[in-house]
Design a protein around this ligand. Structure first.
Ligand code: SAM
Length: 281
């Protein structure tokens, strides 16, 4: 792959070529490439090289803006292949239908999804406060045996895809799609019901922490807190995230322990996405 791609990109500087290797995702049969604005003219060359190497890729889109806004969307431009933005992504025997232009989706969180699924005990009730098209919820429902996974998202298109994903994976009655702001839905409908709460939106996880606590059963349970940290080479992003979540929980006067923190992925130079597994007593 590397040799062929390098040949195709022989007019691109080594730094840019390196960047292209590391900066595309494959979602179903769609490849999404990220290129620095200086090398966007090479998007078609990169797209053809990717399609030659990955025969299952039928469409290549260029990510033309960072992920932003409440719905965590990005602007995508068609570069090569079929003109479309919907696809079905397969991971861990699950089919995840998604429109990558209208819903958030990252294949880079697949390890995290199966990690959480493996922690779930039989018959747990779970609240997924930022569920998107239901990726975490579907993987959990397929690989664990939860009672219910209440799956909230504010994006109506994501909820439609979640409904389709429930059908595709035949997990009726386990994943419950709920459209709206998770603070409002948890407050009005999901108080003290959950054994486990997922907060997979780093930009809001801290703000929604009190609400997540209110969804947990009075006997306690688990929170999976996703955060973003900036850390210099000399700093540990995991330590910084742990400290942040511990300070927030201390302020909320709850008994807790944080037995596990890990870097999920790097999101930019010195920026990291982290997860903290928090046990609330
Ligand atoms: C980073 S995405 C994660 C989606 C999904 N968990 C995944 O891994 O693919 C965050 C999701 O939170 C949703 N969202 C943003 N603000 C929200 C809110 N206040 N209440 C519920 N969902 C929200 C967005 O629409 C988006 O789908």
């Amino acid at each position: 792959m590397r040799k062929r791609l390098r040949k195709k990109l022989s007019n691109v500087s080594p730094e840019e070529t390196c960047e292209i290797y590391n900066s595309f995702d494959i979602v179903g049969d769609i490849a999404i490439i990220r290129l620095p604005s200086s090398s966007r003219a090479n998007a078609e060359t990169a797209a053809n090289a990717i399609m030659n190497r990955h025969r299952n890729v039928k469409t290549v889109l260029l990510q033309a803006s960072p992920v932003s806004g409440d719905l965590r969307l990005r602007s995508l431009k068609h570069v090569a292949g079929k003109t479309k933005t919907s696809t079905v992504h397969r991971e861990f025997s699950c089919s995840l239908s998604v429109d990558v232009a209208k819903c958030y989706f990252s294949p880079r969180l697949s390890h995290e999804r199966i990690r959480i699924a493996k922690l779930v005990e039989p018959k747990e009730t779970i609240v997924n406060m930022f569920a998107g098209v239901g990726c975490f919820s579907i993987v959990i429902a397929k690989h664990a045996n939860p009672d219910k996974v209440f799956s909230v998202d504010v994006n109506p298109v994501a909820i439609q895809f979640m409904q389709e994903n429930i059908k595709l994976n035949r997990i009726y009655g386990k994943v419950i799609p709920l459209l709206g702001d998770s603070k409002e839905i948890v407050t009005s409908r999901l108080q003290r019901v959950a054994d486990r709460v997922l907060l997979p939106l780093p930009e809001k996880a801290l703000e929604y922490l009190p609400c997540a606590l209110s969804a947990l059963k009075a006997s306690g349970g688990w929170l999976h807190y996703y955060g973003l940290e900036h850390a210099k080479k000399t700093e540990s992003p995991a330590k910084k995230a742990k400290l942040k979540v511990e300070e927030a929980l201390d302020d909320l006067c709850v008994d807790f322990e944080v037995p596990f923190v890990r870097v999920v992925r790097s999101t930019g130079p010195n920026w990291f996405q982290l997860v903290a597994d928090v046990r609330i007593m």
